[in-house]
Design a protein around this ligand. Sequence first.
Ligand code: NI
Length: 308
Amino acid sequence: MAESLDPGARAAAEQKARKAARDASRTDEATGKSVGSKDIVPPWEMGADDIKLVDTHAHIDGEDFDGDREEMLARAKAAGVVAVVTFGDTMEASARAVALAAAHENVFAGVGVHPENAFPLSQAEEDRLAAWTKETRVVAIGEIGLDYYWEKDEEKRALQRKMFTCQLALARDLDMPVCIHDREAHGDLMTILKTEGRKNRGVIHCFSGSWEMAKELLKLGWYLGVDGPLTYKNAAKLPEIVEKMPADRLLVETDCPYLSPFPYRGKRNEPAYVRLTADCAARIRGESLEAIAEQTTKNACEIYRLKL
Ligand code: NI
């Protein structure tokens, strides 16, 4: 970037460059044509030599995958996804995630209760979560956190905070990383992470905050997960954050069956599509897909202690 540009012009030029990088990921390299709904090559047909990705946040226990779960995992493998971390969002879903991890060598699980399902956790339920963390390939407490987008009632938001801090404490007691959901609750999230949660470690998944917030979280030691919305035209602040943040804290994830990346937006998401988000991140950072895959997989292995 020319140094003579004033800060405003430089910011505009940088934004333009990021947009161009993102748009390039919508273009078929062989033809130079924009990827339309026709001639889309699915990730499992792209070849996976030298590509080792981890989908670090998925929900593959639900009925969306009941018809093709094994095929979906095979497609992920063919796309270069060597592991999937699937998260429970209720006690029942956590039990299913634990069972999936036990049954598949490339599936790892997180157990926890999501803020949208907040209820006062009994001691028996806490004990059950703790017991699950001793099972095969269970690597985290999650998905936990705060969701003020769906919850407008102040009493229920207070219950979410109570449940969140309770599960943070459990994770500290068990020395487990956490996977955190934060939707429109940035202020309270930061307050909690700086007080009760200051000794927790883990991931803020599907990060949706500002660069300022990202910097604070990085300073506190947190990892940031990015999903399909990175590839959307209205990705807003996320491309800038992906470009600027240190590579050793970046994770790629699907949050499937939700949040499909381009060009599958609006359709069911699945772990193989994490490759499209990784590819977009690679282009934004000016790196190869192989390099981003290697780095983000290393990060996933560090924070979730995955043995691949
Ligand atoms: Ni999720």
